[in-house]
Write a protein that binds this ligand. Sequence first.
Ligand code: ATP
Length: 311
Amino acid sequence: MSGNGRGAGAPALLARGLAKSYGQVRAVRDISIEARRGEIYGFLGRNGAGKTTTIRMILGLVRPDEGEIEILGSSLRRDRAGVLSRVGYLVESAAAYPKLSVLENLELQRRLTRSPKAAAGAAMETLGLEQYSGRLAGRLSLGNKQRLSIARALVHRPELLILDEPANGLDPAGIIEIRALLKRLAHEEGVTIFMSSHLLDEVEQLADRIGIVHEGRLVEEAEAADLSARSLRSVEIEVDDPGKAEAALREFLGLRAIERSGERALRVTDPLADPAAIARTIVGAGLGLSRLVAGSEDLESHFMRLTGGSL
Ligand code: ATP
């Protein structure tokens, strides 16, 4: 799927400085994304964060006010049709035709994308839909509708697959199945997957790289493994003089992620935070240290802190 050589060394998806306003609403203020070939990129944010608007810009459905998009090494602005022929997508508005059967829907998609004869059957098989081949799409369960939508997105064997909230409408068993399918597509067949979600758990289980979007801005982008490791260290201290303590930690240990967590408490979530060094530095600076708790901040708390509140 990924082997036709065009733009081979380039990232699958590169967005720089995207911005989009709807009247007074600044849906996307500044979003840059880099998704590498064959990886699953989880675009994580709360409802209204700007995920759908970003995806619509990537698919050429909405024109950005600012910014550039490159897909598989080509500029979306300069070669929209050429670029999009290599992309598959699942967005809310792309539902299957309810009065056509599963196979008819896939066959229609095959003809629209001028794909080889066997493509509809192959997509049906990939999603395990053969037993529903003759069933009208409108009569499918929600989970199977979602499967059909993904099958349609895959008919022309795209190199980049864009999924807006793919877990929507699936029951837990369906979610597990789709998760396995997406992993196989990315890691065995080299399809790059860019998926949005407001479910941290979903992204954590699937993504190789995570971008966290909040109020139209990308507030963090990192390898999923790094993000988990980074989020796992936190040291909380109680001191006589938090201002001086913070200054000492910044100056002597080069720590950056320090915040007030109480009147006399500081929380350090820097990946370099080492409890022993923190204690030594505070005491060495002649400051009183009354409590030190080394703990862990899981990805969920990290996400909550970045996006300020509950999901
Ligand atoms: P959700 O998961 O709820 O769709 P999202 O992260 O996808 O959230 P967007 O749909 O991109 O967020 O919306 C970002 C902001 O832009 C919201 O405040 C939304 O109300 C606004 N917005 C989105 N589309 C339009 C539009 N066509 N006209 C006006 N405002 C819009």
